[in-house]
Each structure stands twice: as structure tokens, then as C-alpha cells.
Design a protein around this ligand. Structure first.
Ligand code: HEM
Length: 136
């Protein structure tokens, strides 16, 4: 079991490890035919996306809150509203992230913890095919 007081950022290896994870994530998105749909949503040059996801994850994982310091509250769901994100897009995003995690994180508990945390956030980003709360 992971110690609930330990910090995922430090456990995974700090800044260098977060950068490596993000770089591998976008390299996979850039090259896997299965994730072409979400690759096309992103700018041709992925360097901006790499830097922003790195800064965001730094704080999200318990390290320095670089994104918030520079850009303020992430409003992540609102920022993703211009893009059509359904289950298929969520699953493409997770395909890249799960593979990057499998390659870069050794500890099995930490691996599962990361995959679940990313899945929750990716699922929250869906903005298509959601039930209409007024009809539930
Ligand atoms: C669920 C599937 C997802 C899709 C299809 C998606 C897609 C995108 C796209 C197209 C952009 C704009 C990139 C650009 O400017 O070229 C973006 C930005 C971003 N995404 Fe996602 N994303 C997803 C999930 C996530 C998740 C789970 C996280 C965090 C854990 C995340 C964090 C970010 C951040 C931090 C940015 C930069 C926001 C900014 O402009 O300041 N995304 N995403």
C-alpha cells in the first residue's frame, strides 16, 4: 500500500521523471495510429502542450504548482470544451498515458494509483454523450 502522506511527485522521481512521462506521452500520441483523432486536435508543434502538461502535472502530483503560478486556476474541463471528447477520445488519451506509465514507473502500487487518478480526470473531461441530468 502507498503511504497516504507520501507525495506522488517525489515517489515517481520529481521533475526529471515528470518531464520524461510527459515527453513519452506526447511521443506516443504523435506516433500511434490508434490515437490519430486526438493527435489531430492538438497543434502541429507539440512543444507548447508538452510544457503546459508538465507544469500542470508538477502541481497536480504534489510538486511545485508551476501551472497555477503562471496561468492561474487551470479550469481544465472548461479549457477542453472546444474539443469533442467522448469515450473514444478519453480512451485514446489513456492509451498513451497508460503506456507511458507502464514504461516509466516501476512500483506496481504507484502504477495503479497513477492510472486510476488519470482515468478519473480524463473521464471528467468528457463533454459528449453525457446523460442529461434533467431527464435522469
Ligand atoms: C480525455 C482526453 C483528453 C483530450 C482529448 C485532451 C486534449 C487536449 C487538447 C486538444 C489540448 C490543447 C492542446 C494545444 O494547445 O495544442 C489540451 C490541453 C491541455 N490538456 Fe488535455 N486532453 C485530455 C485529457 C487531459 C487530462 C486527463 C489532463 C490532465 C491530467 C489534461 C491536461 C491538459 C492541459 C494542462 C492542457 C493545457 C491547457 C492550457 O491551454 O493551458 N488533458 N488537451
Amino acid at each position: 500500500m502507498l503511504n497516504p502522506e507520501s507525495n506522488p511527485y517525489d515517489l515517481m522521481g520529481g521533475e526529471t521523471a515528470v518531464r520524461k512521462l510527459v515527453d513519452r506521452f506526447y511521443d506516443l500520441m504523435d506516433t500511434m495510429p490508434e490515437t490519430y483523432v486526438i493527435r489531430q486536435m492538438h497543434a502541429k508543434d507539440l512543444s507548447g502542450a508538452r510544457e503546459k502538461l508538465f507544469m500542470f502535472l508538477s502541481g497536480w502530483l504534489g510538486g511545485p504548482p508551476l501551472y497555477i503560478k503562471k496561468y492561474g486556476h487551470p479550469r481544465l474541463r472548461a479549457r477542453h470544451l472546444p474539443f469533442k471528447i467522448d469515450e473514444a477520445e478519453r480512451d485514446q488519451w489513456m492509451m498513451c498515458m497508460n503506456q507511458a506509465i507502464d514504461e516509466q514507473i516501476e512500483d506496481e502500487d504507484l502504477k495503479q494509483h497513477f492510472k486510476q487518478a488519470f482515468y478519473k480526470t480524463a473521464d471528467f473531461m468528457r463533454n459528449q454523450g453525457l446523460p442529461n441530468p434533467l431527464q435522469m
